[in-house]
Ligand binder design. Structure first.
Ligand code: ZN
Length: 142
């Protein structure tokens, strides 16, 4: 499972993710930097901030635990370590027959897994855009 904000960062089942600073060369998180594993206090704040969506890729939301060094800022927390405590596959993002396969993959993290409606996960505007993009990719203009 890859990060929505840093596509090359992978969350591996059974392994805490450890933060590194990609720009400052110091231990992460640092109070004077933006590094660390970001966690928001609630889903509404994520919707207001705008999730990074890639049409055609499954989207998973998660509640995470962050620990080690933790910095509190205006948007939530930035942690040194993180691991999911709950995962939700966003309905309609797994493709026509991918939901069961993805739920089985998410179960490897050993935490509760469920699904969440698209509009609840990404907000109404983003959901409409994703739905339109999905329809367009199935029926490309000729
Ligand atoms: Zn940093």
């Amino acid at each position: 499972m890859g990060s929505v904000s840093h596509r090359r960062i992978e969350w591996h089942p059974g392994q805490p993710l450890q933060a590194v600073c990609l720009t400052g060369g110091h231990p992460a998180p640092s109070a004077g930097c933006a590094c660390g594993i970001h966690a928001s206090p609630d889903r509404r704040q994520l919707l207001d901030h705008g999730l990074c969506l890639v049409p055609g890729l499954p989207l998973v939301l998660g509640r995470v635990a962050v620990w080690g060094a933790v910095v509190r800022d205006d948007h939530g927390w930035r942690g040194q370590y993180a691991y999911p405590v709950e995962l939700s596959l966003v309905e309609g993002t797994a493709g026509d027959d991918g939901t069961d396969r993805l739920l089985a993959l998410l179960a490897r993290y050993g935490v509760p897994v469920d699904t969440v409606p698209l509009a609840e996960a990404v907000g109404d505007v983003s959901a409409a855009i994703l739905t339109f993009q999905a329809m367009s990719s199935r029926n490309p203009p000729s």
